[in-house]
Design a protein around this ligand. Structure first.
Ligand code: RP5
Length: 146
């Protein structure tokens, strides 16, 4: 594999509509990535193995309800983690607060509820300084708004 790599992990197959959005924008921006469905609550050991074996430069973690997935991933890696809260109950507020209220020293970034596209763009922005093609893709995406 060459170039930066983004690992997208969701807590459940029921989050796939959001991971599809993440995947779509990362593909548009030509960022190598893969999507996995691994629950922090139901299969913590599988998650630990995946995170420690992953060569990811950035993790995107998609989860609803008590969304501990991004924080648990952050506890297992020094790479940046972007959480995507999913609006399953309470308009996604439960998930959003679970993601952003991390203890000091273990930060997780968060995009808005169900904002898979923004998570993909943010991940691309994080890796773009080391990859001129991704930077150019981001520039073109913004130019297209004009
Ligand atoms: C979270 O609980 C998942 O990320 C999903 O958003 C939500 C519901 O999961 P399922 O019960 O559909 O597996 O862990």
């Amino acid at each position: 594999m060459t170039g930066p790599f983004v690992a997208v992990i969701a807590g459940s197959k029921s989050d796939q509509v959001i991971t599809d959005e993440v995947s779509k924008v990362l593909t548009e921006l030509k960022v190598s990535h893969e999507v996995q469905f691994i629950s922090a609550h139901r299969s913590p050991e599988k998650l630990r193995k995946y995170v420690s074996a992953s060569g990811a430069d950035v993790f995107i973690a998609v989860a609803g309800l008590s969304a501990h997935l991004p924080g648990v991933i952050a506890s297992m890696t020094l790479k940046p983690v972007i959480g995507v809260p999913v609006g399953v109950k309470l308009g996604g507020l439960d998930s959003l607060l679970s993601i952003v209220q991390m203890p000091p020293g273990v930060p997780v970034a968060s995009v808005g509820v169900d904002s898979g596209r923004n998570a993909g763009i943010l991940a691309a922005e994080i890796v773009a300084p080391s990859d001129p093609a991704i930077l150019e893709g981001l520039r073109k995406m913004r130019e297209a708004w004009l």
